[in-house]
Design a protein around this ligand. Structure first.
Ligand SMILES: [Zn+2]
Length: 216
């Protein structure tokens, strides 16, 4: 069973029984729930939650689980001229979501800003043909479920289809080993987003919803 931490939403390696601890919740940037460590499963999530998909701007859709699960993570599907990118990820994936995302062109590549968004990323990749999931090498230790789909990139930037670029760090961190990845999407992605695709998407993902923000 791939158990999912109820507090942070991270799916774990296959074990018969739930793990004793969730390393992500044990980290100082997250917290263990008041009532201790609790686990759920993807099937459990599917019985009580649904995903809402909304077009935020032309070419960009947000995917959010309702009612809120984990820390209220949100993923973004970004359509580019060279394929669709799933920026960040969420824990719930169900048939309705797969159908809706396929109707929008599916997913060609995934990229994750930081460990709070690892969620059920392997499930998402597999549902769309085993698409690659790009994660910075510095955050390798936090990946809780191994897969050949996970690709680690190094250095300060990494190119994605459609002119999108992953950028290491937010420029404000004093702890670069732990800082997040941001994404910059080309102006060609959406003419109404000369730069805000990067600013808005990464800002929303890493600052508003998350405690894993870079340390100042
Ligand atoms: Zn956790």
């Amino acid at each position: 069973m791939h158990w999912i931490c109820s507090t942070c939403g991270t799916q774990q390696e296959d074990t018969p029984q739930p793990p004793r601890r969730c390393p992500i919740c044990d980290d100082s940037r997250q917290y263990v729930g008041w009532e201790g460590q609790h686990w759920t499963t993807l099937d459990g999530l599917r019985t009580r939650h649904r995903n809402a998909i909304r077009e935020e701007e032309p070419g960009v859709w947000s995917i959010v689980t309702e009612p809120t699960f984990g820390i209220g993570q949100r993923a973004f599907l970004v359509r580019t001229s060279e394929g669709n990118i799933l920026w960040d990820c969420i824990s719930l994936l169900d048939d309705g979501t797969v159908r809706a995302v396929r109707d929008l062109g599916g997913i060609d590549v995934m990229a994750i800003s930081h460990p709070h968004y690892y969620s059920s990323m392997i499930e998402w990749s597999e549902a769309f043909g085993g698409v690659p999931i790009w994660i910075h090498e510095a955050e390798r230790e936090w990946v809780r479920r191994r897969s050949d789909a996970v690709r680690f990139w190094t250095g300060d930037t990494h190119g994605l289809p459609g002119g999108a670029t992953l950028i290491r760090g937010g420029g404000t961190s004093t702890d670069t080993r732990r800082c997040t990845t941001q994404a910059s999407f080309s102006p060609a992605t959406s003419r109404r987003w000369p730069w805000t695709a990067a600013g808005r998407v990464s800002y929303t993902a890493t600052r508003t919803w998350c405690r894993w923000e870079p340390r100042r």
